[in-house]
Design a protein around this ligand. Structure first.
Ligand SMILES: [Zn+2]
Ligand SMILES: [Zn+2]
Length: 381
């Protein structure tokens, strides 16, 4: 072998060896946390929202998706196959492998993609006009969520037509936007897939700003969406929706379905990046005398109201209470309380302070707001 070829080969081998050492170092130092055996709220359940199966452009069948959800210790998962609606996907709902499988549909409408949930089966397809589709979904007792508003099919804002929610983080969009950083960790996808996925999560600045702006006038809830087409199990570990319930999840399908959708349509849930650390047990509530105010609720403002935040024990984190769009309290204790001096929209972001591949400025937990209005607003006025 000529000398120069040998040198090039040697240098390449050195580079590969260095890369393996660098990647191994990152993977070895990736600390995973176990879900607490006894979560502080035993009635809290968790699931994944925005999932595609083989009924649209997903790579796995509903049964396989339920299997992946069970392996990720989820309680429920919400299919959102493309269609207007996707009847086959919706017919697949039920208990599978111990997982409550629910389904809505992701509609392609004039302003972008709109997820429709919990609607009575329509006699005809939904309109492709965003406002008309949203109106019809509400008419059929359903609710709708604006999907990935600033990526893939960008949402073109117009009149706010009674949408119930907006996606703040969408994992599929994060992958597509941060393709190059992901490439650096590509082999890790086979060994510890949560690690590269955590590495590409970014602060969703535009989505949060828009959400805060909308909530000045309307009542809009936030979602972390997996938008899973493949890599189901890692994505189900990555982004989760936590739903605190008042009674155990029913074993009957219809009642269990109502329990989940009742919580979602009322904003009584929070989002988290659980692959960084399990968020089980997070709580954000208000007290007005004897009355407890839940996440997602509106309550007339008075100066005797207190807000309380509880983050998971023994996980170091920074809690930020936001009033309208401004932080009003930053704390590092696991228990925080606050007396709001003025009306407005109060919500919580929690940032991990532990060693984690998740960026320190990406919200590990995102609560839904408590709306302390001057006087009680109706929903989506
Ligand atoms: Zn979409
Ligand atoms: Zn989708």
């Amino acid at each position: 072998m000529p000398k120069t070829r040998k040198k090039v080969l040697l240098s390449l081998l050195c580079l590969v060896a260095l890369y393996i050492v660098w990647l191994s170092f990152h993977l070895i130092s990736f600390k995973t946390y176990k879900t607490p055996e006894e979560p502080s709220t035993r009635l809290e359940i968790k699931g994944a929202y925005h999932i595609h199966s083989t009924f649209s452009d997903g790579k796995k069948s509903v049964e396989k998706i339920a299997e992946a959800a069970a392996r990720s210790s989820l309680d429920f998962c919400i299919l959102t196959d493309h269609g207007s609606p996707n009847y086959k996907s919706m017919d697949s709902q039920g208990w599978k492998k111990g997982i409550l499988v629910l389904a809505g549909s992701e509609l392609s409408v004039s302003r972008g993609h709109l997820v429709a949930l919990d609607f009575k089966e329509p006699q005809e397809n939904f309109s492709q006009n965003a406002e008309l589709a949203a109106y019809r979904i509400n008419q059929l007792n359903g609710f709708s969520i604006i999907a990935h508003p600033y990526s893939k099919t960008h949402w073109t804002w117009g009149e706010y037509a009674g949408y119930s929610g907006i996606e703040i983080i969408n994992a599929d969009s994060m992958v597509k936007r941060n393709y190059f950083p992901l490439l650096a960790y590509l082999p890790a996808l086979l060994i510890e897939p949560e690690f590269p996925l955590l590495k590409i999560m970014r602060y969703p600045e535009k989505n949060l700003k828009k959400w805060d702006m909308l909530n000045k006038e309307f009542t809009v809830y936030a979602y972390y969406a997996t938008d899973a087409h493949l890599l189901y199990r890692p994505l189900f570990s990555l982004l989760r929706i936590h739903v605190p319930l008042e009674e155990n999840l029913s074993t009957g399908f219809e009642k269990a379905k109502n329990q989940i959708f009742h919580a979602l349509r009322n904003g009584r849930f929070y989002n988290s990046i659980d692959a960084a650390a399990p968020a089980d047990g997070f709580q954000f509530w208000g007290e007005a005398g004897e009355k407890r105010i839940y996440m997602g609720e509106s309550h007339p403002f008075n100066k005797s109201i207190s807000l309380f935040i509880k983050t998971p024990d023994s996980i170091a984190c920074k809690t930020v209470l936001i009033h309208n769009e401004n932080p009003v309290l930053i704390g590092t204790d696991n228990s925080v309380s606050f007396n709001p001096p003025e009306p407005g929209v109060y919500r919580v972001e929690v940032y991990l302070q532990e060693r984690t591949p998740l960026s320190k400025n990406c919200p590990w937990i995102l609560s839904n707001p408590i709306f302390l209005r001057e006087k009680t607003h109706g929903k989506n006025q």
